[in-house]
Design a binder for this molecule. Sequence first.
Ligand SMILES: NC(=O)c1ccc[n+]([C@@H]2O[C@H](COP(=O)([O-])OP(=O)(O)OC[C@H]3O[C@@H](n4cnc5c(N)ncnc54)[C@H](O)[C@@H]3O)[C@@H](O)[C@H]2O)c1
Length: 419
Amino acid sequence: MGCLVVASDPIGIAFDSVRHGRAGVKHFYRLFGSNGLVSSERLRMGFMASICSNEGPFCHSSAILNIGVDFETGSGHCSENRPARNTSMIEVAVYDTKPYDREFLTVAGGKMVRWHFHEFRLSAQTALAASGSQAVCVFVNDVVDAACVSELAKLGVQLIALRCAGFNNVDLKAAKARNIPVVRVPAYSPHAVAEHAVALLLTLSRRTHRAYNRVRELNFSLNGLVGTNVNGKTVGVVGTGKIGKIAAQIFRGFDATVLAYDPFPSPDWAVQHGVRYTALTELLATSDIVTLHVPLLPETNQLINARSLAEMKRGVLLINTSRGKLIETKALIHALKSGQVGGVALDVYEEEEGIFFEDLSGQVLQDDQLSRLLTFPNVLITSHQAFLTKEGLSEIARVTVENILKLEYGGPFAEGTIL
Ligand SMILES: NC(=O)c1ccc[n+]([C@@H]2O[C@H](COP(=O)([O-])OP(=O)(O)OC[C@H]3O[C@@H](n4cnc5c(N)ncnc54)[C@H](O)[C@@H]3O)[C@@H](O)[C@H]2O)c1
C-alpha cells in the first residue's frame, strides 16, 4: 500500500478518527493505510492502542483498531479486528448514556450484547439511531411517547428496557398496541435511595451543607448552624413500597416516631417495625419530617401543593427522592418564603428534564423557579443521584442484560420487571 505518513501526532489523529465514527475511520485508513504495516521495518517503538468506538451515527462499535506508531518517523499502521458477526449477539441502542452507564453495562453485557451508546436522548426525532438494534435501553428523561414508539416499531425494535424504576416517560399503551414489551428495573437498590433520603435529611437538619462551605472559607463560626435531632421527632413516610419501607426502618433506628401512609398498606411489616399507618391528612398535620416515596401517577401528580403544604406542621422538613412532579414548586417556594416549610431536600425537581444530569456550569440557568430555590439556605438539591451507588448500577446492568437476553434465548422476563 506504500502509504508513508509523517504526522506529528498519529495517535491523536487515530483518536480523532475514531471519534468521528465510520467516516473518521475511513479517513484514518486513507492516511495510514488499511490492514497492514506502513514502513514496518522502521517501526521501532510502535505500540498498540486498542480503541473501541461506539459513538456517532456511523456506529463502529464492533471494530477494534490496532494502531502502531513509529515515534521517530511519525509513521503508523492500523488494522481493524472486526469480530465475525455473531448471530447470538444482541444489538442494543442505549440512549442518554453517561460514563458510568457504559462502564457497568459493558461489564454486564460481556460478549452477548453489542451496545450502541448514544449521549443524546430517545425521542421520536432520535429513534432512527436505533436502526439495526433489537432493543433500546432508556433512562428517566428519554421521551418514549406514542410517536417515538411508532418510530421504534417501524425499525423493528422488539424491547424497550428502562434502566430505572420509574416509567412515567413511556407510553405503555402505545407500546402494548405495537406489541413491544417494556421492562424496567423495579428494585435495583432501594437501600441506595432510602439512604440518600436520610443523608439529605441529616444534611438539612444539621446544616452540614452550610458548614462545609464555611469551613472551606476558614469561617469557623457556628452562628446560624443550630440544628435539630431526628431522635424524638415524628417522621411521615408517604408510600411504603420497597424504598419507603427501608427509609421508615432507618428512621426507627433514630428512635423517631414513624407514621406511614399508603393506599396499599403492609400491616404485618408495620407491626414488626413499630410503624403506624395513618390517613394522609393526619400524617401531614403531625409530622416534623415528611419524606415522599410514591411513584408519579395521575393521582400523585402535585400531591404536595398549596393545600397540602398548608395542612403540614409549621417548620416541617420535606424530602423528595421520588419524582419532581409530586411537588408543586410554585407552592413550595411560597411556603418556604412564609416559613410554613422549614427546609426542603430534593433529589428530583418538577422541571428537571434537560437540567439534571447535565453540566450547565458555564450557562445562564433559564429555570427561574429552580434559580429561586437555589437561593434559600434551607434548600438542598442533588441532581437525581439517589440511585447512584456501585451496588445500584451493577444491579441495573445485571437485570437489564438478563431481560435483553430473553430476545435471543426466550423465556419470561425477570420477575416483576415487565410493565
Ligand atoms: N431518585 C432516584 O434516584 C430514584 C431511584 C429509584 C426510584 N425512585 C422513585 O422512588 C419511587 C418509589 O420507589 P419504590 O421502589 O419504593 O416503589 P414501589 O412501587 O415499591 O412503592 C411505591 C409505593 O407507593 C404506594 N403508593 C401508590 N400511590 C400512592 C399514593 N397516592 N399515596 C401513597 N402511597 C402510594 C404504592 O402502594 C407502593 O407501596 C419510584 O416510583 C421512583 O419514582 C427514585
